[in-house]
Design a protein around this ligand. Sequence first.
Ligand code: PHE
Length: 337
Amino acid sequence: MKEKLLAIKDAAEQMLAANAPLEEVRVRFLGKKGELTAVLRGMGSLSAEERPIIGALANEIRQFIEQKIEAKAAELKAKENEKKLQSEKLDVTAPGKEIAFGSRHPLAAVEKEMCDIFRSMGFEVVEGPEVEYDYYNFQALNIPENHPARDTQDTFYITDNILLRSQTSPVQVRTMEKKRPPIRVVSPGRVYRSDAVDATHSPVFHQMEGLVVDKGITMGDLKGMLELFAKKMFGSETKLRFRPHHFPFTEPSAEVDVSCFVCGGKGCRLCKGEGWIEILGAGMVHPNVLRGCGIDPEEYSGFAFGMGIERIVMRKWNIDDMRYLYENDVRFLKQFK
Ligand code: PHE
């Protein structure tokens, strides 16, 4: 029996050394029907002296095999862990993957800069609808149905009296209908005109409207305020030039130029040799417009202005084709980070 036990021990060791599956080893020797168990069962036939000796040996071998199996299991587990660690190795010193950060679109960046300047001067930023009634876009702005000014702002009609706004000036009317003076608002947004696309025209572009209404507002206030804005926007040396003009909803009206911020007025490629760059239309709010909004022109007066944002963006960065601003070409846009 002793030989049998020692043979079992050898067999178990050999199996383990040959990397046999551990469960197989366990079942074969230690299982209910296992070889070692069978030997223990046959102990009844032994003599009283032999029994404790063989019993002790059998236990020793059982423990031996159990320990071997455990050790082998631990060894396999460690190997597996090592393998996993190797395959999941992370080099924390390796350079990271570059993340492509976006940036503000130049139009949005300039619009924000303009809003920030006007806010610092006490203006509130408001918005109006892009799909607008004929009434707000034209009639309430002193442009009746057959007024020639409609030709210069031909837009897209949805019905006879609903259109895509051709200017931000309807926000003047919407504001005055809701608020009583003192009023101090700017309103940026998209406007539409039935223009063909070329380097300086687009059927969709952006404007910023301004409106101030209070007692005793004069053209001097308009000039002072615009001058302050221009200095903050284009630099402290900037000068303004007012040229008489006509808008149906302001009287008197002016077109306003800023001195060229590249050459300072001497004339260069940017300002096409003129020294001046036109940026906006402005004037004193027409009494008819005030009256139409229920504001008494005898008691209150106001000024309004509207500037083209594309124009400012293009001048600011010397962009010679407006189409770049709408094509979303990353190679173009990433220059404005
Ligand atoms: N709405 C005018 C335009 O689009 C600009 C303007 C605004 C003029 C306000 C005077 C006052 O041309």
